[in-house]
Ligand binder design. Structure first.
Ligand code: FES
Length: 252
């Protein structure tokens, strides 16, 4: 992890209150792996903000982030323009393990703003010729993003809570519909979704990104502490994760 300046090279609204931003930096694009995050100091803000890496292009030396406008920090970040430089620490955290064999099968399960880190993961696993399913859940049709990009890499199912697009309901409603046995799942999203996925796929090896639970991102606020399956043990998501083996952590 190093402090870097990242220049914004592209910025686009891709869904309701959801922004895709491409940032140029040689060091971070060279070393970033799927599941890691950047710690951005948004201009005008006091505290850094952790944001997951959605994609990396090593040729153009750029990193893509996708964020939802939820509070003052992300609102401010969304006003930054192409050409501006943002102070970043990264790449941070432990990413998703990529040790899957050719022709094995993985399912990627994302909910809302938990979808972005699964995209770079899908690209890497696709390169390794892993068979991929993606189940991506959103609130409504206007929140859906990256459907076509996932479709190029994985058999993709979109689920919306209100049924305004794709299947109706929750991601867990379609997890029994796969045509191949699943060797591993990877998931990122809100805690109730992660808990439900873990319960439903209890017999499948799984990896869970808990990035949505992060606060300060540097081990100082304790907002991200999570109990482990070792007696009385705790881990910090920002320092020990954000990716954990499903067996390793207790989800509320
Ligand atoms: Fe603050 Fe982990 S996010 S201690």
């Amino acid at each position: 992890m190093q402090k870097q300046l990242m220049q914004i090279t592209k910025k686009k609204d891709i869904a309701l209150d959801t922004v895709e931003m491409v940032l140029a930096n040689k060091y971070i694009s060279k070393y970033a792996v799927p599941g890691q995050f950047l710690h951005l100091l948004v201009p005008g803000q006091m505290l850094r903000r952790p944001i997951s890496i959605a994609d990396v292009d090593k040729e153009s030396e750029t990193v893509t982030i996708i964020f939802k406008i939820l509070g003052a920090g992300t609102k401010q970040l969304a006003t930054c323009q192409v050409g501006e430089a943002i102070d970043a620490l990264g790449p941070n955290g432990n990413g998703f393990p990529l040790d899957m064999k050719r022709d094995s099968t993985a399912v990627l399960i994302g909910g809302g703003i938990g979808v972005p880190p699964l995209y770079y993961l899908a690209k890497k696993l696709h390169e390794q010729e892993v068979n991929l399913f993606a189940v991506l859940g959103f609130q409504t049709k206007v929140h859906v993003f990256y459907e076509e990009k996932f479709q190029q890499l994985a058999q993709t199912i979109i689920v919306t809570n209100d049924g305004s697009y794709g299947k109706t309901g929750l991601v867990t409603d379609v997890l029994d519909n796969f045509t191949k046995p699943i060797n591993r799942y990877y998931t990122c999203g809100p805690m109730p979704m992660l808990s439900a996925v873990k319960r439903q796929l209890v017999n499948v090896e799984g990896y869970i990104s808990l990035e949505e639970r992060m606060g300060c991102g540097v081990g100082a606020c304790f907002a991200c502490v999570i109990p482990t399956d070792h007696q009385g043990g705790y881990k910090k998501i920002c320092q020990d994760g954000p990716v954990f083996s499903a067996k390793e952590v207790q989800l509320q």
